[in-house]
Ligand binder design. Structure first.
Ligand code: WT7
Length: 652
């Protein structure tokens, strides 16, 4: 190990750059040393129930649990018989003391408006909106869909659902009406909460129009609540559609939190899998909230006087856990910014950090790489000295981006927590604890206490040091998904069948001699584009749904900015003619079907796709072709070798 006592940097050799926690940081951290971390980790591994029972005291319970864990693999129940309410934990309990006047949400709209909601303001809004939902007949167990821009009302809507025990399902505002409809149909939501429109880089996203198109195919939706964000003109279905502000003005303000079973569903969040329709990841109340609460406190070393900013949208799990449930259950002050990082210019984030004196910043590698490209001059114009901790999430962060983040944004003084987790895991699993763990650029370092990962071969045998394998988790943990909504069998086969007795993450990884984990990316047909998971399957079915497309194969291609970009290989129906305009049309078609985030960056027309004798598309080969590298793999099972040669020479 090559370590500089000041904690700034070490050697020129990339592999050996190790950053110990700065001494001052460690002294006041929640977990202060590697020895403390190891003691906690070992205790949690050996006595998980005692460990989690101790940690769960940080939440406010209406009724204590009778058993910490009921584990009938792969089905877990945590804090059995315990009762609590997530909105009480995130809001009401902070209003019992001086935190009632603390800022809960400091919001900035893309056009520049500013709002501050103190904890008691948030409580008032949440309570009133819960009362609104109740008034529309929403009961415990009814699903509420949410399709909104990043405004405080989105958080209010979620917490109001949690207050009643109505599971929410948030659909990212960048998804199309089609995608929204598919999700609503799967979970049979009764109410949809949306907005007239949202802002993105100065343009309007027509949320209500998309929602109207979706709801036309969703008989389960009885009411649509529309938050007026933009004051744009919208179609109105009298009786079905209601303005948020009108309902809020006409509803009694009180709505006490419902004591809910620890295992009561808190939310469903759809995410892409390697096959079939999106998977409805189901999270429940007690275990999820504990995971969110504890990891926010430990990983971000959250203190009472921090100003915390997670830049994720609530449409993704990062927003659920680290913009809503984690920080609010800790009584934190959260910054929330509605828009794009380069609007009106590339300095927007740094201006926000300077203005609000943000101390903790949690963002994604794809954003960091964009900032690098835009140049140091933007952050250099702002005083970033309030920052004390930086976080990264969504994909592996390349060491170059890590170093830039460390130097240019963190001024060389802020620890970086590279946090590995998934929609399914609910909360951070592998990450440095900033006061305890020496960090290494590119590694998420070590598992958190209570998390027992292993790297194994296909047969489940442990891999050796630095030997790449499949990342699995060996013990259940409180914030784990409970099932795929309405599909226990798929839950079982997707996560618990590949490697017997373990939860399979779908990621490849290796562990080095110091015990640090290096995540190597997905091993299945799942893309990671700008930190967002997309399935090759969904993009393929969107392409194939176009009348001129016969067959399509989609692969990821390495991309400097987005991690991966989307390359599609398309064969056309006879008679259809490959052209630049068709290529554009297919791109727009995918945008309409799924959303702009799934729009292929590259479309190649081809006469055939390389397949095995059994008819499986050989994506491995297509990945090589897309990346422009020579295929070294075995092609002996290829059905038609000439297809491969032809694909190589066909120009984009
Ligand atoms: C997949 C999960 C977790 C919230 C955001 C994405 C990749 C995530 C890291 C990281 C390397 C990472 C993995 C994982 N991933 N964080 N720090 N280092 N890879 O949530 O959409 O559920 O995607 O993102 O491949 O399996 P998600």
């Amino acid at each position: 190990m090559n370590v500089d006592p000041g904690g700034s940097i070490a050697s020129l050799l990339q592999e050996t750059r190790v950053f110990p926690p700065p001494v001052d940081f460690a002294r006041s951290a929640h977990v202060k040393s590697l020895a403390d971390y190891e003691a906690l980790w070992n205790f949690a591994k050996d006595e998980p129930e005692a460990f989690w029972a101790e940690q769960a005291k940080a939440l406010s319970w209406d009724q204590p649990w009778s058993a910490v864990l009921d584990w009938k693999p792969p089905f877990a129940r945590w804090f059995v018989d315990g009762k609590l309410n997530a909105s009480y934990n995130c809001v009401d309990r902070h209003c019992l003391g001086p935190a009632r006047n603390k800022a809960a949400i400091i919001w900035e709209g893309e056009p520049g408006e500013r709002r501050v909601l103190r904890y008691q303001d948030l409580k008032r809004e949440v309570e009133r909106f819960a009362s609104v939902l109740k008034g529309l007949g929403v009961k415990k167990g009814d699903v509420v869909a949410v399709y909104m821009p990043l405004v405080p009302e989105l958080v209010v809507a979620l917490l109001a659902c949690a207050r009643l025990g109505a599971p929410h399902t948030v659909v990212f505002g960048g998804f199309s009406g089609e995608s929204l409809a598919g999700r609503i149909q799967d979970c049979k939501a009764k109410v949809l909460v949306t907005a007239d429109a949202g802002y993105r880089r100065g343009k309007l996203i027509p949320l209500k129009d998309n929602a109207d198109a979706a709801v036309a195919h969703c008989p389960s939706i009885e009411n649509v609540i529309v938050y007026e964000r933009v004051k744009s003109k919208v179609h109105w279905s009298p009786g079905r559609d209601h303005w948020w502000h009108e309902l809020m003005a006409s509803t009694p303000p009180d709505c006490p939190p419902e004591p809910l079973d620890s295992e009561h569903p808190l939310y469903i969040l759809y995410t892409s899998g390697s096959t079939g329709k999106p998977k409805g990841i189901l999270h429940t109340t007690g275990g999820y909230l504990l995971g969110a609460h504890l990891t926010t406190r430990w990983v971000f070393d959250l203190k009472d006087d921090d100003t915390y900013w997670c830049t994720a949208d609530v449409g993704w799990v990062t927003g659920h856990t680290y913009l809503v449930y984690g920080p609010l259950s800790n009584g934190a002050t959260c910054v929330m910014y509605e828009g794009a990082p380069n609007w009106p210019d590339e300095g927007r984030f740094w201006r926000i950090i300077e203005d609000y004196r943000v101390s903790i910043l949690y963002t994604a590698p794809t954003a960091i790489r964009a900032f690098m490209k835009w140049g140091e001059q933007f952050p250099r114009r702002h005083d970033l000295s309030s920052l004390r901790l930086l976080g990264s999430v969504g994909e592996p962060i390349n060491p170059e981006a890590w170093m830039w983040y460390h130097k240019v944004i963190g001024g060389g003084r802020c620890p970086i927590v590279d946090t590995w987790w998934q929609t399914e895991t609910g909360s951070i699993m592998i990450s440095p604890l900033p006061g305890a763990t020496p960090t290494v650029p590119g590694s998420a370092t070590r598992p958190l206490p209570g998390i027992v990962p292993e790297i194994v071969t296909k047969d489940g045998a442990p891999c050796g040091t630095n030997q790449g394998g499949f990342l699995v988790i060996k013990q259940p943990w409180p914030s784990m998904l409970r099932t795929l909504y309405g599909d226990d069998a798929r839950y079982q086969s997707q996560y618990w069948s590949d490697i017997p007795g373990c939860y399979f993450t779908g990621d490849g990884a290796r562990r080095d001699e110091s015990g640090n984990y290096w995540i190597m990316g997905r091993v299945d047909d799942v893309l990671n584009v700008a930190g967002h998971r997309l399935s090759t399957m969904e993009v393929e079915s969107a392409l194939v749904s176009h009348p001129q497309v016969a067959e399509a194969a989609v692969v990821g291609k390495p991309d400097d900015l987005k991690g991966q970009s989307i390359a599609a290989f398309v064969t056309l129906e006879t008679g259809a003619i490959a052209s630049e305009s068709l290529r554009e049309e297919l791109r727009s078609h995918v945008t309409r079907e799924i959303g702009a985030l799934a729009r292929p960056d590259e479309i190649r027309f081809t006469e055939g796709l390389p397949k095995t004798r059994s008819g499986k598309i050989m994506r491995r080969l297509l990945r090589d072709i897309a990346a422009g590298v020579e295929s070294s793999g075995d092609t002996s099972t290829l059905e038609d070798l000439t297809v491969l040669a032809r694909l190589r020479t066909e120009e984009e």
